[in-house]
Design a protein around this ligand. Structure first.
Ligand code: BES
Ligand code: ZN
Ligand code: ZN
Length: 501
């Protein structure tokens, strides 16, 4: 969806409808006199009597059709304080409604944001929300008659003659964040027969070609073999399409020699469980088991396009977890890249296996300023925190704080869980240096995080986001249709934008 900046007053705009969030009980033409000036028909429109601002209420008020700007949609915010999150939801709701009405465009009148606080930040959120409200995944089906029609463009309306640079940039930031999230959603919504590890890697290498200062190296199974990524390779043994490691590297001009921030994503393009096979009921949702890699990829691509200062590396640990005669057996022992032997008792705990090698590689190949991995790692995390909160584990309070504030800014909340050393003993193996799972399921998100932590050196600031509960939604919501959420793509992007200490 294109963004068109429209300056010079409402008479010069070309848009189907303006979206205006209202607080319950607010007399909008008084609190926002610019709106009164831009749409004078509102003052005498009978429909204004129905605008109450109650939460989720949508009222459309019409002016004469010949006006350049003849419809206003008032979106109720309710009584609670109008936070960026609530405004985000309101704009997305407005876009959903405009799609139902089969309109071609909506307008965000910037002057209607001022009364809620910082205009730049709120414009960024409004653009972000409008774009996500417009998102749907329809690539694999025909258009149905009752499908809402996606909008063609989004306009941003200014009363002044010129669009201030700061607001133009804010809108572009919102657009870029939304594109990152949509890219992650598209990847995660794509079924496993259309996105094998090599397909994902090819796509990354195609899409990054030509992005200045961003390189993409695809490592195949022979390279992984030669380097000793035996845990990663073990996961892919039962699949007909082999594993890949994608290495994305970006440095802003002048930051080429800086220590990089390294993001690592779990990219299991399908998790059947392997020989420790999963029950059938929800197995199809395991096409989403690569959302950590999708978020990492989307963040790297967009931070490079935005030319964010700093140096960043993204590692996508890609494999397909399938059972066949060549598959890893429960009980197998393999030597990890870091050197420790790992006993694999349950082949369904494959995420930590691809990640332990990628984490070790990150520390071997670079001196990470910090290391952040994102993974749909454990059902236990989903049980503990539900579908609204990701689990955050970190060895470093400052990094944890930085991740938490980036996540809050992105509207992707996470909750810190303990890396409690008392559970380390659960990972003792009778025949190898470490066992990759504990024998009981209790505390499973923590023991999984402790296993990863085993591969991170003491002096490296590391954070792990377990997104198993939040990467997929069964229910539709204004900002996200049922399906993949793209969770963590924007958090990583915000973390990069904010600069990681
Ligand atoms: N991909 C799953 C975790 C998952 C579960 C993600 C539900 C999203 C929704 C992961 O590979 C897995 O199967 N983990 C096991 C670990 C266990 C065998 C120790 C789990 O959580 O049951
Ligand atoms: Zn699994
Ligand atoms: Zn998995």
């Amino acid at each position: 969806m294109d963004i068109r900046f429209q300056a010079g007053g409402a008479e010069n705009w070309k848009t189907d409808i303006a979206l205006v969030p209202v607080v319950q009980g607010e007399k909008i033409l008084e609190t926002c006199p610019e709106l009164d000036a831009a749409a004078p028909f509102l003052a005498i429109a009978p429909g204004m009597r129905d605008v109450s601002g109650r939460k989720n209420e949508i009222q459309i008020v019409y002016g004469h059709p010949d006006l350049p700007f003849s419809r206003v949609m008032f979106i109720g915010l309710g009584k609670a304080e109008p936070t960026p999150g609530r405004l985000r939801e309101a704009f997305a709701r407005g876009v959903r409604k405009a799609k139902e009405l089969r309109l071609a465009s909506v307008d965000v009148p910037v002057f209607c944001l001022k009364r809620f606080g910082l205009e730049e930040r709120l414009l960024e959120e409004a653009v972000y929300a409008c774009m996500l409200g417009n998102y749907s995944f329809t690539a694999l089906r025909k258009v149905r008659e009752d499908d809402p029609k996606s909008l063609d463009y989004l306009t941003i309306g200014f009363l002044d003659e010129y669009v201030p640079d700061s607001l133009r940039q804010a809108a572009r930031r919102g657009e870029s964040a939304a594109e990152a999230v949509m890219l992650a959603r598209d990847l995660a919504n794509t079924p496993a027969n259309l996105l094998h590890p090599d397909d994902f890697a090819d796509k990354a290498s195609r899409e990054t070609a030509g992005v200045p200062r961003l390189s993409c190296t695809v490592r195949d199974e022979r390279w992984l073999e030669a380097e000793g990524f035996n845990c990663h390779l073990a996961v892919g043994r039962g699949a007909s399409r082999p594993p890949r490691l994608v290495v994305l590297e970006y440095a802003a001009k002048g930051d080429e020699d800086a220590d990089p921030v390294v993001f690592v994503g779990k990219g299991i393009t399908f998790d059947s469980g392997g020989i420790s096979i999963k029950p059938a009921a929800k197995m199809h949702t395991m096409k989403c088991d690569m959302t950590g890699a999708a978020a990492t990829y989307a963040a790297l691509l967009h931070l490079a396009r935005e030319e964010v200062p700093g140096r960043f590396v993204g590692l996508l640990a890609l494999a397909e977890n399938m059972p066949d005669g060549g598959a890893v057996h429960p009980g197998d022992v393999v030597q990890s890249l870091a050197g420790d032997s790992v006993e694999i008792v349950n082949t369904d705990a494959e995420g930590r296996l691809v990640l332990c090698d990628a984490l070790a590689y990150a520390q071997k190949a670079w001196k990470p300023k910090c290391l952040v991995d994102v993974a749909t790692l454990t059902g236990a995390c989903a049980v503990a925190l539900g579908d609204g909160l990701a689990g955050l584990f970190s060895s470093d309070d400052r990094l944890a704080q930085a991740v938490q504030s980036a996540a809050a800014c992105a509207g992707e909340d996470c909750w810190r869980l303990p890396l409690w050393a008392g559970y380390k003993a659960k990972l003792k193996s009778t025949c190898a240096d470490i066992c990759h799972t504990a024998s009981s399921r209790e505390g499973g998100a923590i023991t999984a995080a402790l296993f990863l932590g085993h591969f991170v050196k003491k002096d490296v600031a590391w954070a792990h986001l377990d997104i198993a509960g939040v990467d997929w939604r069964d229910a539709d919501s204004p900002l996200c249709p049922a399906g993949a959420t793209g969770f963590a793509a924007r958090t990583l992007l915000e973390l990069a934008r904010g600069g990681v200490e």
